[in-house]
Design a protein around this ligand. Sequence first.
Ligand code: M6R
Length: 364
Amino acid sequence: GKDGYRHYMEKELHEHPQVIGQTLQRMVDPSTRRIVLPDLPFDLARVPRAIITACGSAFYAGMVGRYWLEDIARLPVDIDVASEMRYRNPPLVSGSLGLLISQSGETADTLAALRGLRERAVHILSVLNVEHSTMARESDLVLGTVAGPEISVASTKAFTAQLTVLACLTVATARARGTLKASDEEELVAALLDLPSRVADVFGQGDAIRQMARVVAEARDVLYLGRGSMVPVAMEGALKLKEISYIHAEAYAAGEMKHGPISLIDGNVPIVAAVPSGPLFDKTSSNLQEAKARGGRLLVFTDTEGAGRMSAMAERVVVLPRVHGFVAPILHAIPMQMLAYEVAVLKGTDVDQPRNLAKSVTVE
Ligand code: M6R
């Protein structure tokens, strides 16, 4: 049942800390505090490149994964949505790593992409929530996202569990490839282990998120912005809003705004931005300043360090705990999902069963 929550989505949102904790428990050795992967049927150090493919939210998790694998493990990555990857016919180096991501393990497009990669002698590693699924049977290795059953059509905890697994995979790959100093590895693992309690703190921002939701619920169009690993988080936020509130939302890399979408901005288009402190903070702030100068109403997610600067400029600010930049996309995804949920509740939509959508898309 819903355990007293209004919807499965709300219940599943509140399972985030526990789910991230369980997923980490499977991957981190408590005594050495190192990431341990199951025995791999191939050598991560010798994989020439990774090809990531998935659909919907799982694809956005993959986009964050690309960012991490390139930056931390120095592994070249190609990525596309599965419905395109299966027809793209990219030149593939045999022995590459095919990284498939799916909650259900049954999504038709992702499964077809998996089969296409397999035929071309690519190793298949799947990040799956349903570990007895068709994709699981056809993979060389499955990394499970211990998220438990997800009932709500809009994915929540499965998404953050996918990110958690991809973060662990990145650290393990970086170690295998010798791209990470031991002290840096310790720092990243510590940031991951710290995450369940930081995530629990996010629920303390419920009132601020509901106030933001009132602004969004009145809008016809909403723009979501981020930079770096926050771009896919913005995309996840926009997808969630579309799915359950039926409000049109678009996500952009903040720096891309001036190449077109800024012409949309006026007082009727709220701008939701994920802006954690860190090296991209100033750049993103100036993009937001440009939007504000054109009448844009800024709704900003930042952390305790960014709060001062953002409060001076934004109409609404949600202040999240400060975490290591590595795990910031995981933390920031949660209030994005909460915002979409609160907007849908205000609009009175069928939150768990939005129109035209199915939990598992088993047709092309
Ligand atoms: O089961 P999968 O992870 O393969 O599903 C992929 C997408 O259909 C899924 O993430 C969809 O976008 C969700 N409804 C997002 O909330």
